[in-house]
Write a protein that binds this ligand. Structure first.
Ligand SMILES: O=C(O)c1ccccc1NCC(=O)[C@H](O)[C@H](O)COP(=O)(O)O
Length: 286
């Protein structure tokens, strides 16, 4: 990631996360060998598989049966600053889960997004009450080491995010394989055709196109639409990420055969989250 130009936000986050991960790895109790031991003792919570979860619609009575919702817990962000600083992630997650979200995405990065692994652990505990029908939990992070995937698994994630723009292909392949070895099919994030090709070469089954360019914050809702053809006829679940603000965005993506949408800020700012989700997905009144 070294460059002579001023660092982009993605490069700044990556550099800070490297420092954070180094501290965690050196701290007794969270050293890599200790996490490995916990995993080998089968202490990680029970998993649900991402692909079937995304394919199974929350309710057969929905008027929008072919599109799944990935609902995000997002306190703050580098582009918007504070969004919902007083949110209770567990309560918010239960609203998402009861409103039919297939996945709950939890940002665990602390500096720019004000998230934590504790948030994710509490979200997982809260949705466990729904049993087998609970949404899958996504650790939304800037992942560059196997260690972070081990952490995710132990803290209750069912899947992790791998951002192609941030990783060399060798690193991406290694992290993808590690995640799958722990039973977690990752969400692989891309932003252009070259990155989409890298994700396809990897054999990714769940690919998210981020409409937000992580280097300059620019949001272009056509980014997902332009890449749809690359996955047509393939056994890939295609997700549109970022910038989705209302039902019209969702309708557009559904007409383009996009399988899932990931929504953060709009859900965090909604006056009535459950009603907003119904409107977003054009679901009938409960
Ligand atoms: O949201 C940002 O400002 C951001 C900046 C730099 C790297 C990542 C960023 N966001 C992570 C995400 O991918 C979004 O939280 C997610 O797709 C939801 O987006 P939105 O619905 O627009 O809140």
């Amino acid at each position: 990631m070294a460059s002579s130009k001023p660092p982009t936000i993605l490069e700044k986050i990556y550099a800070q996360r490297q420092l954070d991960v180094d501290v965690a790895k050196a701290t007794p109790g969270t050293r890599p060998d200790e996490l490995k031991e916990y995993l080998s003792m089968n202490l990680a919570p029970k998993l649900i598989a991402l692909v079937p979860r995304l394919k199974r619609n929350p309710s057969t009575s929905t008027s929008n049966p072919s599109l799944s919702l990935m609902a995000e817990i997002k306190r703050a962000s580098p582009s918007k600053g504070e969004i919902a600083m007083t949110v209770n992630p567990a309560k918010q997650a239960l609203i998402y889960a009861r409103s039919g979200a297939s996945v709950i995405s939890v940002l665990t990065e602390p500096t720019w997004f004000k998230g934590s692994l504790l948030d994710m652990r509490l979200v997982r505990q809260a949705v466990d009450e729904l049993g087998e029908n609970r949404p899958a939990i996504l650790r939304k992070e800037f992942i560059f080491e196997e260690y972070q995937i081990d952490e995710a698994r132990l803290f209750g994630a069912d899947t992790v995010l791998l951002i192609v723009a941030m990783l060399k292909q060798e690193q991406l392949e290694r992290l993808y394989a590690h995640s799958v070895s722990l039973g977690m099919e990752p969400l692989v994030e891309v932003n252009n055709a070259a990155e989409m090709q890298r994700a396809l070469d990897l054999g990714s089954k769940v690919i998210g196109v981020n409409n937000r360019n992580l280097h300059d914050f620019n949001v272009d809702m056509g980014t997902t639409s332009r890449l749809v053809d690359m996955v047509r006829e393939r056994d890939v679940i295609l997700c549109a990420l970022s910038g989705i603000s209302g039902p019209q965005d969702v309708k557009t993506y559904q007409e383009q055969a996009v399988n899932a949408v990931l929504v953060g800020e709009a859900l965090m700012r909604a006056k009535d989250t459950a009603v907003f989700i119904r409107e977003l997905l054009a679901w009938p009144e409960a």
